[in-house]
Design a protein. Structure first.
Lengths: 283, 310, 310, 283
């Protein structure tokens, strides 16, 4: 759990879909200690424009080989610079940072819900869940359109059921991930946490205490996380979400990445980025 | 070539605060060491300046609290901290246990706050008190200006703190003033043992898509390389106005930057935003300064202070 | 969708100075058009603000006069110019011949200088007078402060200029002040028709290899993207203190930057350092603003002014 | 002579000696109008660190093909960024700027003296001189050591006599270019502007009015130019030098690049970069 600053060798940095890059890093220092949901704080360029590091979640972890993979979308100056870094060069990274997902004992039925780039950390989580003896993993992947649907193959290879939802309907169902989540949950409810989620009948369901075997894990924009919290609440499903906030230090020193929780302002980089959705104060 | 005792080349006395080297981490950028401790060797620093503490716990400003500008950082943290008691009971013992020299930064809304903070801290193991009268992110009772924007308020606060403590007292000044010399002299006359400058410059930025400020607090404080030339000019001016030592702050990223501050009159430096960009910065600067002096056959960092040739 | 007259969407009246668009080039960064004229279409600009002129020719400061800092530029030109007569006889006719609207910037060492400049310019074809009371690179008689650092001096100079002319008078303010509201109000009360802000921030940098200042004049003025957050905060504050229009200046590089200035209360903008980085900047911003308004179905740029939502 | 801002395609950008790069640009707009001694003002990167353009002299001009070559040394952030730009990408350039070398009628005996990177513009000048019917070109190339001696072949191919001087003696004569210049001038003097400059006898020479056929062209550090001026003065040789000063606008608008001349402060970017050395006020 010791944080380190290190020079990580870039093994792969390639565009896997327009604007989406996968980067593999050899991190001698700490790859073995990284947990799904944690992030690296990355110096994208050399000069002071951009100035700050960029937080990027770990996407896949091969602890034994000392390799960590990232999946990132080119957004502004920082991620643009990252995308131009070439294989064989070294990236200044600090990590592993933050608290990852916590999978409580007894959960065996996992629903992962990703909006946009939210898929990135959920693959690492699914990799971990896949090692469990008893498990069923459903992933709901939401995106604007077919062009930004990524990681479907990764989830399927792990043995997860992947449900795709796009806003424009260009791939999978048309609509929002949150509507799909509602259907999936209801489906679960009827079938008493049965693993098959093929049909989403609109049968009337009773909202009630939910089976503790179910764990919901979300990553995506704030508005999506808020909706997920709202949907999950009546069912009392334990739901964790990974949050994003502008970061300075990334290590808990500057109180820059505050998020409002029931306990007051907490730090996304330190107490998070994974929070229990029930703890967040939405506004 | 004379033989130089490089071990002691960086030793410096800042108004009674004796340090093994003149490089500190700036308030608010290093937490209380628990956070950065794994990345930075706190005991190797000249000192760490704590995040400003207030009498009572303070929850800070609504997010977003940070915004990156070109070569700069806007922050509006609002001094989120757990208050004086927690500092004395938890933070300070930890800092001391890792071998750090500790300058505690104190902030308040009125003279009474500063007075009580200083009194309570006088009996602790802190090595010095930095009086933050220049934080652009907290509102004061009654006044629209920061204490450090007014020579009388500066004097009043510093005098009150001095009366409560025999620790070295450092007055932290704001660059948002018409005449930094005026404020520097006011602080000196009030008994400050040293000045630290500059705090951040008031700034803001706009999210044009939503026509909203980028910071929850609307305005914030600008730090980072963008402000370095401003800090250097202010220190150079203050250096010619006061006799007490000046701790230079503002956009220091490298040894070269630090040397520039010494040449302009700083007796020590604080590293702020650079800690975020490169946690190794402060350590690198300490090593860099040692080497710089050695290469120039200088006995002590003091030989650099204010030595800019015109 | 309403049909918008995009032709006139950028028209603006700055205290009597009516412009086809609100984008000007800032004083000192565009010469007198002869220089940039081939690269920039002067007639397409809202106006050009000339390099500040003085009564008599002035040779300026010793080099080096420029130094690049991180995302900023330090300059200590010292208002090198060929004086009032040459401006009236040579520069102004040329500017007018290429179809430019001309705001003449005037600078002096005492009230008398400004008075005489204003009087002489009143009978010329200049469209407005910008009173540079905020140049960090010229020394004034007697005072250690810039005129724009003191409300009384600001008032005195502006009042004198106003008495001599019926052209719109723009007071150019300095960011190196404790309370920009105080100065802004002083200028308004003295009769200024508009404010332009900010001029450069006092700054310096050091050549550590030679222990010398980077500028021949030791200190200079900092401009460029580094100062944008400072400029925005100052304009936002001044906007709530005065009723006269504000021309926003400071690190504007793009249409997005310009929009941010309008939202913070600017009625027009000036482009300075950006002209060096990209001579196409001012033209691009004019086109960019037009498109921005069109896309948002806005009739006039005025709809943006001060519309920051809190 | 119209200045233009244009996107120039990078045709070549290669390291010809450690730290020295040659860049060929296709400049549709104005390549045909460029004259030796003029410079381009180049946007090295995209962000604002570094902020300003970088002035680089034209090194060779193929007006007909619309190609301009540059020769530059990696110095700081700007030239570093330039060196990383790849072939096929476009560089934002403004040019042609400043006044080039003026070759007065009647000159036929040319001495070019380069210190360090000073060779860059002198090759363009030599290219021009080579087109003259009656000419003799001597080039004195000074450098720290063999590693930074560049362009010898270029000058020789033009038919110029190249004399190499290095401070460490690792190539050519050991010493300073200025000492060599003195020898060359004296040699000329003795032989009445004879073109052979092989032997540098220390024969006593009378300093006096110099033959108007001789033109001296210098480029290098300020201290070298000052020495050249001093050496040339007693002989009354017409001497032009290309000067460097920090630049803002590059087009004469900001008065940032001032240099002190007998006429007052002038602008290196506008009245220069080539000045008559006799006009400069040295300090
Ligand atoms: C814990 C955490 C994990 C993340 N994981 C991933 C990931 O795996 N893949 C991925 O593509 N993106 C991820 N992001 C978002 C990523 O950090 C931003 O896309 C990136 O910082 C944008 O930088 P930029 O320079 O390209 O954009 P710019 O918009 O130019 O950035 C400007 C500033 O805003 C900050 N910023 C911009 N967007 C965000 C954001 N969404 N969250 C936090 N700060 C932001 C930047 O860090 C920078 O300081 C994560 C964010 C957080 C907080
Ligand atoms: C008219 C002219 C022609 C030139 N021609 C050439 C050439 O053909 N080949 C070549 O290699 N170099 C040439 N130079 C020098 C070249 O401009 C500098 O090496 C370059 O600007 C350095 O930029 P940098 O970012 O790498 O260095 P940095 O040191 O990081 O630059 C910092 C700042 O100083 C300026 N600067 C640094 N060195 C110089 C210098 N010597 N002259 C002017 N400004 C400088 C930069 O432009 C920048 O604004 C020329 C300079 C001038 C004025
Ligand atoms: C995130 C952040 C928080 C800060 N908090 C404080 C604070 O609590 N008290 C204080 O005196 N200064 C505070 N500062 C100001 C710094 O101590 C320093 O004066 C300033 O950032 C300029 O230095 P820099 O450019 O090296 O960062 C803070 C700065 C930042 C960036
Ligand atoms: C080289 C240079 C010269 C300047 N000369 C003047 C001047 O003569 N008069 C004046 O009022 N402002 C002058 N300024 C200030 C600019 O007009 C402007 O206020 C400042 O540069 C901030 O804007 P910017 O960041 O867009 O450059 C000068 C600025 C620069 C960079
Ligand atoms: S980024 Fe500094 S506390 Fe989280
Ligand atoms: S660089 Fe602006 S006048 Fe020469």
């Amino acid at each position: 759990m010791q944080k380190l600053q290190t020079k990580a060798e870039i093994l792969i940095n390639k565009e896997i879909a327009p604007g989406y890059f996968k980067m593999a890093l050899r991190i001698e220092g700490f790859a073995g200690n990284v947990r799904p949901g944690q992030f690296l704080h990355i110096r994208a360029g050399m000069g002071y424009d951009p100035l700050l590091r960029r937080p990027i979640s770990v996407h896949r972890i091969s602890g034994r080989q000392g390799i960590v993979e990232l999946l990132y979308k080119v957004n502004g100056k920082g991620t643009q610079l990252m995308s131009r870094r070439s294989k064989g060069t070294f990236l200044d990274v600090v990590g592993p940072l933050g608290n990852g997902f916590k999978v409580p004992k007894g959960q065996s039925n996992f629903v992962l819900i990703a909006g946009g780039m939210g898929v990135a950390p959920l693959v690492a989580l699914a990799d971990q869940l896949a090692t469990y003896r008893k498990k069923a993993i459903t992933v709901i992947i939401g995106a604007k359109g077919a062009g930004s649907v990524v990681c479907v193959k990764e989830f399927q290879e792990i043995g997860a059921k992947a449900i795709i939802v796009t806003e424009d309907g260009s791939r999978g169902d048309r609509g929002l991930v949150t509507a799909m989540l509602e259907k999936v949950i209801r489906d679960f409810d009827i079938r008493k946490t049965s693993l098959r989620t093929r049909s989403y009948s609109l049968a009337d369901v009773t909202i009630g205490d939910y089976a503790p075997e179910v764990g919901l894990y979300a990553c995506g924009p704030m508005s999506m996380l808020a909706s997920v919290a709202k949907i999950a609440k009546p069912y009392k499903i334990k739901t964790q979400g990974s949050f994003e906030e502008r970061m300075g230090c990334g290590v808990g020193a500057c109180f820059g990445c505050a998020i409002k929780t029931q306990r007051g302002y907490e730090r996304v980089c330190k107490e998070g980025p994974v929070f229990d959705l029930a703890d967040i104060v939405w506004d | 070539m004379k033989k130089i005792n490089t071990e002691r080349a960086l030793e410096i006395n800042i108004g009674g605060l004796k340090l093994a080297n003149p490089v500190m981490t700036a308030s608010g950028t290093f937490g209380y060491t628990q956070e950065c401790g794994e990345l930075i060797d706190a005991a190797g620093l000249g000192a760490i300046v704590t995040k400003s503490i207030t009498l009572e716990p303070s929850q800070g400003n609504p997010p977003p609290r940070l915004w990156e500008t070109t070569a700069g950082l806007l922050n509006a943290i609002g001094i989120q901290n757990e208050g004086l008691d927690d500092f004395i009971n938890t933070k300070l013992p930890f800092l001391k246990s890792v071998g750090a020299r500790v300058v505690v930064s104190i902030a308040g809304r009125c003279q009474q706050d500063y007075k009580m903070l200083a009194r309570a801290l006088n009996n602790t193991t802190v090595d010095a008190i930095e009086v933050n009268i220049s934080c652009p992110n907290i509102k004061h009772k009654s006044a629209s200006l920061l204490f450090a924007q007014d020579p009388d308020s500066t004097s009043y606060i510093i005098r009150s703190v001095k009366k409560q403590t025999n620790k070295p007292v450092i007055a932290k000044l704001s660059p948002n003033v018409t005449d930094i010399g005026l404020i520097a002299r006011a602080a000196e006359k009030a008994g400050a043992d040293a000045l630290s400058m500059i705090n951040t410059l008031i700034g803001m930025d706009v999210d044009i898509a939503r026509a909203r400020p980028r910071l929850g607090n609307v305005t914030g404080g600008l730090s980072g390389p963008a402000i370095k030339p401003i800090a250097l000019a202010m220190i150079w001016q203050a250096y010619h106005c006061v006799k007490i030592p000046i701790i230079g702050i503002g956009g220091i990223m490298s040894t070269e930057d630090a040397v520039a501050f010494f040449l302009c009159g700083a007796s020590a430096v604080q590293i702020g935003t650079a800690n975020f960009v490169d946690p190794a910065a402060a350590g690198n600067i300490i090593r860099g300064l040692r080497l710089y002096l050695k290469n120039r056959n200088m006995k002590n960092i003091k030989e650099l202070i204010g030595q800019l040739k015109l």
